[in-house]
Design a protein around this ligand. Structure first.
Ligand code: FES
Ligand code: MG
Length: 573
């Protein structure tokens, strides 16, 4: 084989028997872009860019792409950026999760189809980093993840504001009649004031930390604010690393392993991180055939303390986390429980990395010591029981412990439409001790499993000062939300799960201690209800919605598509 076939623009060239001609044609078109022949002889670093006018969190993308290019050029590579789908969390209907798999397929196929020797993936907003890691894992071309970084906070009447935990806090006060229209308007303009992802330990920040914990990002880069000069230096260094990865290849399948996945789960638990992250991590690992079981999550949760004092569960913001020492500080505290021999994309093991950072300063008001944690056990637990045979998730670090061992009466909403129609009805039969249940908001429900699990407190109860209630659904919850909220119930109602059989007035028992969520209705009665009204998910007629409905897995399968699992990794031959 011609040496040329193995790297640079010649990679993967389809030649129909005349390699010389095919290469001459490709070169001539590449030259139309103004590259010198010297440049065209260099190894190629692809830069997967996910900027979009519909993605405020990626507003800094052009500057980041430029900085990555600078790093690639200085290290002797040819940087070529290309666009992929962008997923801006608040601008997508019915919900961004529905398009995560589509973006992951875009990333996987474009990384494989285009001639690149390695790739820098730039993402940030909630679903983009998971999609990029899923795609990169499947394509298995040497890859570095770079995140856009979190927003800085705004100020309102002397108080720090950060999207989007404070969005919810102020809105709850407004709903309760505690603040007026003009003030909520002011707050609206002060919640999200810079480029970057949400300013708290929401899904985007959690996934940035998970990417670093997996070993797919440069050390110390997860928490750098979007507008900080260090972010551009991280981009430049990521470009340089991508060139090094061409000469000394390390593939995603060597970095994302059962050991690094366990490390990432422990980090998720220690962060008090987003519930969404367990779905995303399951999907990323699933692309390499690595299972993430909810039983193991519980075992790890019992032996991993929450160390990070950040909103939505604590007091601080991502800018404080970065200044306090960032993820390195967390990893060093967790070190005794981590697999230190896990390889990272730099070629160092996690242990070697942490050894080099041993002396770094830490602000222990933000990142606690393992001996003096925020919580002695991890942020998430899985619940099982007759209501959720294949599991459900509770973010116990963001929940009210007074509600952990409790039996209550079900107040059921059969769909998102039903919820919005009746939740604030003054005639709704609901008390503070009841359990609110939302059905038909899971993966195949037609709504795409939106972040609707944070059911609002019924207005009449909110006005009486009720701040939290047990809420149960097959939906998800925003990483920036908090409350005693049982999510991801599997199987979902639309797939025939018991959650779809609950009726008003049924009794439900929650026991966080026993990891159980049970519907206290005899099985004979449930069988009768099932026969009377079997699950009837809406059928999508065509296009992506149809593909999604036919192939999406339940939450315990990471909501990936069944046909994307088990694909042997590897670049196109
Ligand atoms: Fe993009 Fe929150 S909206 S990270
Ligand atoms: Mg979010």
């Amino acid at each position: 084989m011609d040496e040329q076939q193995e790297h640079g623009l010649a990679r993967g060239l389809t030649n129909y028997g005349d390699f010389g001609f095919a290469m001459y044609l490709r070169r001539s078109f590449a030259r139309s872009m103004g590259y010198s022949t010297g440049m065209l002889g260099r190894p190629v670093v692809g830069i997967a860019s996910s900027g979009s006018g519909f993605n405020n969190c990626h507003r800094g993308m052009p500057e980041l792409v430029e900085a990555v290019k600078r790093g690639v050029l200085a290290a002797g590579g040819l940087p070529i950026d290309f666009p992929t789908i962008s997923l801006g969390e608040v601008f997508l209907s019915p919900t961004s999760l529905m398009f995560r798999n589509l973006m992951s397929m875009d990333v996987e196929e474009m990384v494989r189809a285009q001639p690149m020797d390695s790739v820098v993936l730039i993402g940030g907003c909630d679903k983009t980093v998971p999609a990029q890691l899923m795609g990169a894992a499947a394509a298995d071309v040497p890859a570095v993840q770079l995140v856009t970084g979190p927003m800085m906070t705004g100020r309102h009447k002397g108080e720090k504001l950060g999207a989007c935990t404070d969005c919810r806090r102020f809105w709850a006060r407004y709903r309760a009649g505690d603040i007026a229209g003009p003030e909520i308007g002011q707050v609206e303009g002060r919640l999200a004031t810079t480029a970057g992802t949400c300013a708290v330990m929401g899904t985007a920040s959690t996934m940035a930390c998970i990417a670093e914990a997996l070993g797919m990002s440069l050390p110390g880069t997860a928490a750098i604010p979007a507008v900080h000069a260090d972010r551009l230096r991280a981009a430049e260094a990521s470009g340089a690393l991508a060139v090094r990865l061409i000469h000394q290849p390390i593939r995603p399948s060597q970095v994302i392993t059962p050991k690094s996945v366990e490390n990432a789960v422990r980090v998720l638990l220690a962060l008090g991180g987003s519930t969404n992250a367990i779905i995303h991590l399951t999907a990323i690992a699933g692309r390499l055939g690595i299972p993430v079981s909810l039983e193991k999550l519980n075992a790890w949760s019992d032996t991993t303390p929450v160390l990070v004092n950040l909103k939505p569960t604590g007091d601080h913001y991502m800018e404080d986390f970065y200044a306090a020492g960032g993820l390195s500080a967390v990893l060093r505290e967790l070190a005794p429980t981590l697999h230190l021999d896990a390889l990272t994309v730099t070629g160092e093991t996690l242990g070697e990395r942490l050894e080099a950072e041993r002396e770094a300063w830490v602000d222990h008001t933000v990142v606690k010591r393992a001996s003096d944690p925020v919580e002695p056990v991890g942020g998430l637990v899985a619940l099982f029981g007759s209501l959720a045979p294949r599991g459900a998730i509770l973010k116990r670090s963001a929940a009210d412990k007074a509600l952990f061992e409790k039996e209550g009466r079900a107040v059921v909403f059969t769909s998102l439409e039903d919820l919005s129609r009746r939740i604030d009805d003054p005639g709704l039969d609901v008390e503070a001790d009841d359990f609110l249940v939302l059905q038909n908001a899971g993966p195949t429900s037609g709504s795409g499993m939106p972040e609707a699990g944070y059911l609002p407190i019924p207005r009449k109860l909110a006005a009486r000062g009720v701040k939290d209630m047990v809420r149960i659904s097959d939906a998800r919850m925003s990483g920036t939300a908090y409350g005693t909220i049982v999510l991801h119930v599997a199987p979902e109602a639309a797939a025939g799960g018991p959650i779809g059989l609950i009726r008003d007035g049924d009794r439900i028992r929650l026991s966080v201690r026993d990891r159980r969520i049970d519907l206290l209705v005899p099985e004979t009665e449930l069988a009768q209800r099932r026969a009377e009204s079997p699950a009837a998910p809406p059928r999508a007629e065509r296009g992506y919605a149809r593909l999604y409905q036919q192939h999406v897995l339940q939450a315990d399968g990471g909501c990936d598509f069944d046909f994307l699992l088990g694909t042997p990794p590897g670049p196109r031959p």
